[in-house]
Design a binder for this molecule. Sequence first.
Ligand SMILES: [Zn+2]
Length: 81
Amino acid sequence: MENTYRWMQESTALKIETEALITPAQDQALDTKGHKAKMLHTTNDPKCRMCKEKDETVAHIVSACPKMRAPRKLVQDKTTT
Ligand SMILES: [Zn+2]
């Protein structure tokens, strides 16, 4: 668990906007468009705001979104070295 958050203490390569997205995703606490559309019914558009290809879920953002590939790689590199 300690390594999971190590990137936050050591990283200066991430933009604050990227860090602001990754941190709640890591905590499974994102208010995703998929959640808003399918659970809260407060929007009709569940598509990811980054890639606009798939439904925006925590799993999509954390592991599949092509637009998050570079930030994911940075985090992975920071936590595996
Ligand atoms: Zn996406």
